[in-house]
Design a protein. Sequence first.
Length: 409
Amino acid sequence: MLQISQRGQEMPPSPIRKLVPYAEAAKKKGLEVFHLNIGQPDIETPPAILNAVKEADIRVLEYSHSAGNESYRRKLVEYYKQVGITVSYDQIIITTGGSEAILFGFLTCLNPGDEIIIPEPFYANYNGFAVAAGVKVVPVTSHIENGFALPPLSDVEQAITSKTKAIIICNPNNPTGYLYSRQEMEALKSICLQHGLYLFSDEAYREFCYDGEYISAMHLQGMDEHVILMDTISKRYSACGARIGAFVTKNKEVYAAAMKFAQARLSPPGLAQIMGEAAVDLPTSYFNKTKAEYLRRRDLLVSRLNAMPGVFCPIPGGAFYAMAQLPIDDSDIFCQWLLESFSYNNKTIMLAPATGFYISPGLGKNEVRLAYVLNLKDISEAMDCLEAALLQYPGRTVRANTDTIQTLA
């Protein structure tokens, strides 16, 4: 009998996308669905970068260099300099989205059976890429009570074994919005130097830091051989469909090995590289405007959530996500119920159950991730829906004390 592979069986479904069929069914019933489940901004993609593609004089859409067009990589050197990162164009590999950069990092630096430490909750696709690479994810749990700060160093060090080869962070964080401090970044540096570990740093949201300083892993002194920077233009320029990212490292051996994987997939998307190159020439005021808009959205979302009985949402310091604890019995069931069985003024809301962002069993059952990527009016109406839903949900709970949760039938 034909069977799929072990990795195919182990590949987890996306907690962000697995409820799409229920959302589609809700829309067919005539409901308006507010999508707070996915980081797809409604902010307009800058016309200048779209026009760069329209106006390009292209007669043959050729393969680019496997590392990406040299002109784009040189442009990125200028961009990184603006954020305090000094690299050369030959330390950059252009990738098909940030996703490929993450996969290249896993495939290049880790062997099957090796372990990678990740603070949880974490971007769910890290787990998928780990399965594809045969790598074991070892979580260290952060907690909503302190805003998902980096777990104590003792927890991280306790998770290190002879098979541990790397730590990966997302800063600012997806899904929590937590912004790692300089002290936390220096602590990670100390651990990586002491134990000889790679530090993978996913910095897709660096432009969106609200309540603290942006610290890149590449700002850390003495870490050139350890740091792998994973990047993307998707969120920065509201260009998720372009599928252009970057793999950046000063480690020559790692770069050479990653290039072989880049050559195996031939080249990154050509038209999107033209977009990316044009994006570097956008005025800095572009980020001022978008950052201010996300800040307004964050403040509205968090204030509305924390005003609801039984709901707690820490204030995210960056990115455009918030994690909220709800008075519910099961976030997977609740998020499906919102789409299957609930409506308010002929509208409903789509959220991402937090269980998919944890790997430790049982965690995230009463938490959801919300992406504040919609305009203020839509966020306000979505919160109206959520507030009404929490009053109607059959599996709503009440916390009797700090240790016990009771379900209200």
